[in-house]
Design a protein around this ligand. Structure first.
Ligand SMILES: [Fe+2]
Length: 325
């Protein structure tokens, strides 16, 4: 089976390229699973190039039926699985291998734009989503090209853009003792560091430069090492708004956390409210929010593109997986 480029109505373009690129089987008869997996296996390098050029690739109308098929797609293209250590979102394991549910936080809460795990020193190179059940309304996994967001951010807030580019940022978060599914950042320290042993959790934090304080109620206050806010993507030379500043400042809220204190500049000074809100608006204006169809696979180059989740109603099951470069 060959795949061809198709258009969808929600699509945009960035630097003259479709965003996202949408690939679909050449003929409607050609939707054979084995052929799809062969194509992915034969075109691994090409697929990665397309992801770099376009930022994101959507496979639509392909024979991908359930979590195990999704796993086969990623295995065939030989994406190297990355364990989900250090992320903030509550998730469930779906397959023994590499498939998890996407963030299971409450449906009425939006998840703001972010690069996956931008708060850790080595974020995944790729993130993949699969639509197992499309929601009745809403629930789009909206995406935005981070190069475009940087352009807008540096135009609207040049001084603050330069400041955070030079100083970097730090994230502060209180993790619960047990997973808290009522919160978009409810991942417990146990799940975050994949251990029940506080000493082991401390070793892992030390290894990534995170500072911490144990609180009497079993919760854990953490402050990350200084991480970049603006990164120049190596392969393309595109400057990106690669950080979790907007996500933290507008979304890291629950009983334990005040989002206004969730991110600071590298010198401990507060972030500029107006500049962060301008970046937030730019993301909403520049994004693509396509309607999920069952079987859709979205392949995202995490160095170039941010994702988010819109609120929804009805059942929705979007699966996720991450990979190293
Ligand atoms: Fe995410």
């Amino acid at each position: 089976m060959a795949l061809k480029t198709i258009k969808i109505e929600e699509q945009r373009s960035y630097r003259g390229k479709d965003f996202p690129l949408v690939l679909s089987p050449e003929s409607s008869q050609g939707s054979d699973k084995a052929q799809l997996l062969n194509w992915l296996s034969d075109n691994q390098g090409y697929l990665r190039e397309l992801m770099m050029e376009h930022g994101a690739v959507l496979l639509r109308n392909c024979p991908v039926d359930g979590p195990h098929d999704f796993e086969s797609v990623l295995d065939s293209a030989e994406f190297v699985n990355m364990p989900y250590v250090g992320g903030a979102a509550p998730r469930e394991e779906v397959t023994k291998g590499r498939i998890l549910t996407a963030n299971e936080s409450p449906p009425d809460q939006p998840i703001p734009f972010h690069h996956e795990m931008a708060q850790v020193p080595k974020p995944p190179a790729y993130i993949f989503f699969y639509c197992d059940i499309a929601s009745e309304t809403g629930g789009e996994t909206a995406i935005v090209h981070s190069g475009r967001v940087y352009e807008r951010f540096s135009e609207s807030s040049p001084e603050f853009a330069q400041k955070v580019e030079e100083l970097g940022v730090k994230y502060r978060r209180v993790m619960p003792d047990q997973d808290d599914h009522s919160s978009p950042i409810g991942r417990s320290w146990r799940s975050t560091f994949l251990t029940d042993d506080p000493v082991e959790a401390e070793e892992k934090m030390r290894s990534i430069g995170t500072n911490w304080t144990w609180r009497g109620d079993g919760t854990l206050y953490t402050e990350t090492a200084i991480v970049p806010a603006i990164r120049t993507e190596e392969r393309t030379g595109i400057k990106t708004f690669y950080n979790s500043v907007v996500a933290a400042y507008t979304g890291w809220t629950d009983d334990r956390n005040d989002p206004k204190h969730a991110v600071v500049c590298g010198d401990d000074s507060p972030v500029d409210h107006t500049a962060v809100m301008e970046a937030h608006s730019a993301m909403q204006e520049e994004c693509v929010a396509f309607k999920w169809q069952r079987g859709d696979v979205l392949l995202i180059d995490n160095s170039l593109v941010m994702h988010s989740r819109r609120p929804y109603t009805g059942a929705r099951r979007i699966l996720a997986s991450i990979a190293v470069g």
